[in-house]
Design a protein around this ligand. Sequence first.
Ligand code: 5RP
Length: 221
Amino acid sequence: MSEMKIKAARKAVEYVKDGMILGLGTGSTTKFAVEEIGKLVSNGYDLVGIPTSIETEKQARSLNIPLTELECVDRIDLTIDGADEVDPNFNLIKGLGGALLREKIVAYYSVNEIIIVDESKIVNQLGTRVSLPVEVTQFSHKKTKESIEKLGCVAQLRGSESPFITDNGNMIYDCKFEGISDPYDLALKLNSIPGVVENGLFLDLASHVVIGTKNETKVLE
Ligand code: 5RP
């Protein structure tokens, strides 16, 4: 599995050009891409990164990748990030790693968003392989859960012994739908519930999908 992730990550980093402002995603696949970006920096590339989590920020700092904040730039040239599901329209479920809010903000401001996955993440319909992560405020989260479940899912608070708290101080409900037939409608309905901060449906945000397989690396755009 790591082999496929590494292949996808290396392929995506071929799109990085000297002088770019880069969004740095989060997760075990993106970690390999950040490692490659660190090598480019050591080889003299002038790159600046915007990390999507504290975890990625730590990794980038350890590799001496210069960092900035979104407010300090007028665009992000390219973001490389992972995903938990990818459908045939390049729509995604993200957030199993817990960084969906910052990842979605960074994706929104990116000229190109390259998604790197191994082939197990490819699905015909979103919501068939994994639960949909939804980030909610701690305040009244049980009420928020009830409203989310009215949309046709079973919502499970992330964290068995103590709740998982995101980098933004919120909680996550993993919402099991039996397939999501209209992700656009669901995304709107979820985000209109007070207490929902963001949902893990990334719609019309990915420009490229790089799939690492046992034999080859496929680039879809
Ligand atoms: C984190 C994410 C990750 O990109 C996603 O969970 C994929 O992670 P991995 O590459 O470890 O499978 O959305 O919030």
